[in-house]
Design a protein around this ligand. Sequence first.
Ligand code: GLV
Ligand code: MN
Ligand code: MN
Length: 432
Amino acid sequence: MSDLHIDGDRLVRRINDLATIGPIEGGGSCRLALTDEDRDGRDLVVAWMTDLGLDISMDGIGNVVGVRPGRTDGPPIMTGSHIDTVRTGGRYDGNLGVLAGLEVIETLEQHGITTEHPFAVAFFTDEEGARFQPDMLGSLVYAGGMGLEEALDVVGIDGAVLGEELDRIGYRGTSPCPGSAPRAFVELHVEQGPVLEADGVTIGAVTGVQGISWTELAITGQSNHAGTTPMDLRHDPGYVAALIASYVRQLAIRMGGRQVATVGSLELHPNLVNVVAASARLTVDLRNTDEALLGEAEADLARFVAEAAAAEGVTVEERTLARFQPVAFDDRVVDTVAAVAAELGHSVKRLPSGAGHDAQMMARLCPTGMVFVPSRDGISHNPAEYTEPDDLVAGADVLLGSMLALDAMDLSTTGAPDGSGGASTDGAEGAP
Ligand code: GLV
Ligand code: MN
Ligand code: MN
């Protein structure tokens, strides 16, 4: 197995080719889900899948799966990720996982290797959740965590309706949602954080994904003249929004551990120098690897928001944009990734993922894991995102080796994920 290697030049060339679609200053890409740029990126990847002779199918939410047959029929060993980006996307986030999946298949093809089970590579719709919430929407629908109709009705930050955009770009398919369970799922992704680089480690064997809580807060107050309104008579949504933005930082620092908290979007209306704002809208992103602690952070924030609103005399409407429990990956897949990486001579570290990934949804359906490669300076969701070509190749080789090892493994003992969190049930997840 260790003799088999993907073609690094071809992988890097495809990453760079895809990055030219929706190019932005600094070398990154903007392909927000279901925009024209996303469609053009999809067209390119589908053309590559077609060149490889894959059996391509598309489901009702626009997830695209390409399958290469094995000696036997049945569920495939699947890999994949996403090709949509945030507005300030790098060229590796998601794209690496999809294009490395093509590499796995092309390498098998070139070496005339037939696997026992079919091999599949997928790209899932709207992983980023930057335009349509929740994030990981396509894989969530694939895994049955959100109904197709509900997902098609989601309204984006620009007022667009997801289903209409899917039709507009020609990517509403006919394969059923939820999709069928693969035999196993492994996703290669850039770490998007600083851990592997800091430790001088090439391969991350990802143990799971932390829980995610996204809330939108819409604050309404009394718009007024900035010069004439006495300070004690103000009902200023901008002030309350600023208090909340500052509080979430303090909250995360006070909780410590793996708690992180971000206000990534904050808008005032009418947003003018001499007007006390009429309204403010902000988002809060809370994450923790521990579900109970994430719940505490949510409760703490809710308490603070209520107090701050009451003190200023403004009203606040809260809307859950995304809520996912932490997910633990299947030990057999994590162990396989670690063993294959070691066999290929790479340093390995087991670590949880700070970012959300399609694999966390696929973990509901089948034994699942992920491979990470280092991100320079831990930077992501930024055009400066960068991973050394050698590390990209190492990750793709580990993906290939892991898929082959899983192909040969008896995974029938439990079939479904173990009880340690892979099959997390997230209640109201994703319900906007
Ligand atoms: C999605 O990629 C996220 O982690 O925000
Ligand atoms: Mn990603
Ligand atoms: Mn991302």
